[in-house]
Ligand binder design. Sequence first.
Ligand code: NAG
Ligand code: NAG
Length: 204
Amino acid sequence: MDISSTYGFVLLITCCLFGLINAYGNGRVESACSTMLPQHGANAQTSTAPYTLVLSKTTYSANEQITVTLKGSSQFEGVFMQARSGSSATPLGTFTVTGSDLQTLTCTSAASAVSHTSSNLKSSVTTTWVAPNINSDVQIRATVVQSEKVFWTNVLSCTLTYNATSASGTGTSCSSPGNNSVQFSASILVVTLLATMLTWLLRQ
Ligand SMILES: *[C@@H]1O[C@H](CO)[C@@H](O)[C@H](O)[C@H]1NC(C)=O
Ligand SMILES: *[C@@H]1O[C@H](CO)[C@@H](O)[C@H](O)[C@H]1NC(C)=O
């Protein structure tokens, strides 16, 4: 490659990176619907997230509205939330938002995820999850971006269990600390795999 094409290449990459960062600043992160990972060129933090998801109830029935609040000990720029069951990557139910901090996104269906509208620092965000007509244990799952390269994924709420008469009761709220053990063991697996491959290659 000659000098000018090298410069051209570097320029192209730089533009692409800026494009990506800007695209994520406005929270239009549909490309992360299944992994829930931001493409910031950084790994998720392995420590316990300094964020908590608070639910207004621990049971739901079809179409019941559950208030979901994300808050923490440090402010954050971005958030991406879905409701999921077990290890399934299919988002469940729909979200409604009020105010200008959050917007709904279309993942597998309309309004099945929420994200931030700007990277302005926030102390907490609140949204309403409208339960689907299913009988399954559900958890709200969040990825929280503190700053461009610092984020936690798999921040989980308490488990919401199905109860056909849930709407008639008052219920109790619950809150759950962030947990990244899944992500952490996945990184260990990748590192181990790479080390094994390298050892094998060196022996050839
Ligand atoms: C379902 O919810 C109702 C209303 O809150 C409550 O009285 C009942 O005990 C719940 N049933 C179960 C199985 O938790
Ligand atoms: C995190 O999740 C793992 C497995 O899902 C569990 O064993 C562990 O107790 C959890 N830690 C916290 C702080 O919730």
